[in-house]
Design a protein around this ligand. Structure first.
Ligand SMILES: O=C(O)[C@@H](CO)OP(=O)(O)O
Length: 204
């Protein structure tokens, strides 16, 4: 038996639009982000995908994305599990700063290292490795066993918390995962085997 795991990055946020480091700050979706979330909901509905369970982070942009998807899928009265383990990587002192201003202040290379190295955290924040260290145990104890048992689970989360999951599920190296850009509103769908390992990745 295989189960299905659907990972969705939140739609464009107000701070994505303003090019600000976001992390654990809590901006809502833009009009474009709202439409991206609705469109992803419509795509899942068109494929007749009806998840058994729903997970999201404690941040508004991911929660709002999930709510909009559910609306488009015509699904109501379901339990949504919200947990900070699925939050975006904590950007520490960079949160709220403009990414171009940060490049002017610290240089392109340093900012790129903070954004896309595996284990160098930004000042006061988390590296992708740190993010994975809280996201993966949660996934492995709460989500993966249910998918392995054959359920369909939808997770609405963030670029870097999802990178941590994609890295583990696809068995990618740090170099490979850091090149993977997950677009706003973009769904990634996996079939997982009974032992939790990857059976196939499905393109919607
Ligand atoms: O600002 C953030 O929290 C993230 C995702 O938008 O940015 P980055 O692309 O640098 O990981």
């Amino acid at each position: 038996m295989t189960g299905t795991l659907i990972l969705v990055r939140h739609g464009q946020s107000e701070w994505n639009l303003k090019n600000l480091f976001t992390g654990w700050r809590n901006p809502d979706l833009t009009e474009k982000g709202i439409e991206e979330a609705r469109e992803t909901g419509r795509v899942l509905a068109a494929k007749s995908i009806v998840p058994d369970l729903y997970y999201t982070s404690s941040l508004k942009r991911a929660q709002h994305t999930l709510d909009l998807m559910l609306e488009e899928m015509d699904i109501a009265n379901v339990t949504i599990v919200r947990n900070t383990a699925l939050n975006e990587r904590d950007y520490g002192d960079l949160a709220g700063l403009n990414k171009d201003d940060a490049r002017k202040k610290w240089g392109d290379e340093q900012v790129h290292i903070w954004r896309r190295s595996f284990d160098v955290p930004p000042p006061g924040g988390e590296s992708l490795k740190d993010t994975a260290a809280r996201t993966l145990p949660y996934y492995e104890s709460e989500i993966q066993p249910k998918v392995a048992a054959g359920q369909t689970i939808l997770v609405a989360a963030h670029g870097n918390s999802l990178r941590a999951l994609v890295m583990a599920i696809e068995g990618l190296t740090p170099e490979e995962i850091l090149k993977r850009e997950i677009g706003t509103g973009q769904p990634t769908v996996y079939k997982l085997k009974a032992d939790g390992s990857l059976d196939q990745r499905i393109e919607l």
